[in-house]
Write a protein that binds this ligand. Structure first.
Ligand code: ADP
Ligand code: MG
Length: 378
């Protein structure tokens, strides 16, 4: 998939009365396993989606940024490339341009298009930042390696949008490789590619948008982070990633809530490592049980799952899926399911029926395949 680059170039022509100099695409991502491990200095294992954000762009000599999006209700914004502050969607691409200014970026006209639902936990924000970053680097001949560029895009979101995101989304968008997941060490920032080709093993990954809004997210997310920091402080380690002896750690914590949080983070890091081992061994179907174990831990130990995700995972398993789990911060958003490709229809129907029987909004379900990272497409 991904937006049609030729159509986007034509739309750019209409919007700006000139041709773009190129079109760039950056994918969204799914985190296969490793949930609530990032801010504990742990491991995550995302892969890039075929869906993402595309940007048609051309340089401007007047030092201005013209920003428009086919998905935005407004007519776009015009701001100086020298810096400033913005509210709303344009802060993402403008923030990137402002940070790239010191590397030599100048003015540009941008037209954005996307086939990634925004705010669904598939990281449209990082895709928007990374497509913009790649476009400006190419247009102005700026050479920055992709790890540095991921850090710059993250900084744009932290400083210019005000979202305290980690480095996973931008890394997955810029560093992913087709047919692979990306093992990312959130402490060192180092990453490696792990073969992940479900179709080659007769498997399918389904993404289930549970259509449940993240109502509690901000407060509960902050509380989980604080609990993890408190547990690490009590255990005398820099971060929960450093807990080596889980039994001893659990034995020394008096608070049952902190014990549950530690149990999740420590075992989830081990599950990422186990998942990587299984993938490297070509045992892709076995990954299913890791996903389900992750879900149960997120549900019972970290206590961030929500009814629609629990039902999606339970019904998928009942219909014969290999495994599944909620993804993202919790309390709403999506789940993923790993299933034999020839059972995907049954699994999908089982989830849809279970939602209908409860009079819940029908879930939106699509198949995800590990795709390539950000690139120039025209
Ligand atoms: P996620 O990254 O999970 O999709 P975020 O809340 O982090 O969710 O980012 C979504 C925001 O990114 C949107 O509210 C919007 O401001 C911006 N955004 C994403 N895609 C587009 C797009 N195609 N056009 C304009 N803004 C977009
Ligand atoms: Mg985001």
């Amino acid at each position: 998939m991904s937006p049609d680059p030729t159509a986007l170039a034509a739309a750019f022509g209409e919007a700006y009365q000139r041709d773009p100099e190129g079109v760039w695409h950056a994918p969204g991502r799914l985190n296969l396993i490793g949930e609530h491990t990032d801010y504990n200095d742990g491991f995550v294992l995302p892969f890039a989606l075929a869906r993402g954000v595309s940007v048609a762009a051309a340089r401007r000599a007047d030092g201005l940024l013209h920003l428009r999006s086919l998905q935005a209700a407004d007519q776009g914004v015009v701001v100086p490339v020298d810096g400033g502050s913005l509210e709303g969607w344009a802060a993402y691409p403008a923030g990137v341009a402002w940070l790239l200014r010191e590397h030599g970026a100048g003015g540009a006209s941008l037209l954005i298009d996307s086939d990634l639902p925004a705010g669904a936990g598939l990281s449209s924000s990082a895709a928007l930042e990374c497509a913009t970053a790649l476009a400006l680097c190419d247009l102005y001949g700026i050479e920055i390696d992709r790890r540095e560029l991921a850090l710059l895009a993250q900084r744009a979101e932290n400083e210019h949008v005000g979202v305290p995101c980690g480095i996973m989304d931008q890394s997955a968008s810029l560093l992913s490789r087709d047919g692979h997941a990306l093992l990312l060490d959130c402490r060192s920032g180092l990453s490696s590619h792990v073969p992940f080709d479900p179709a080659a093993s007769g498997l399918t990954v389904l993404v289930v948008d549970t259509r449940a809004a993240h109502t509690l997210t901000a407060g509960e997310y902050a509380r989980r982070r604080a609990e993890c920091e408190e547990a690490a402080r009590l255990l005398g380690v820099p971060a929960l990633r450093d807990v080596k002896d889980l039994a001893a750690a659990l034995g020394s914590l008096a608070d049952p809530v902190l014990r549950r949080r530690v149990q999740h983070v420590v075992t989830e890091n081990h599950r990422v490592e186990a998942a990587v081992g299984l993938l490297r061994a070509g045992a892709v179907a076995e990954l299913g049980s890791m996903l389900t174990a992750s879900h149960l831990s997120l549900r019972d130990q970290f206590e961030v799952s929500w009814p629609e995700a629990d039902v999606a995972v339970e019904e998928a398993l009942r219909a014969g899926a290999r495994g599944g789990r909620m993804i993202g911060g919790g309390f709403g958003g999506s789940a993923i399911v790993l299933t034999a490709a020839d059972r995907a229809g049954n699994v999908r129907a089982a989830i849809e029926d279970a939602y209908a029987a409860r009079s819940w909004t029908a879930p939106a379900i699509f198949e995800a395949e590990p795709a390539a990272g950000a690139r120039r497409v025209i």
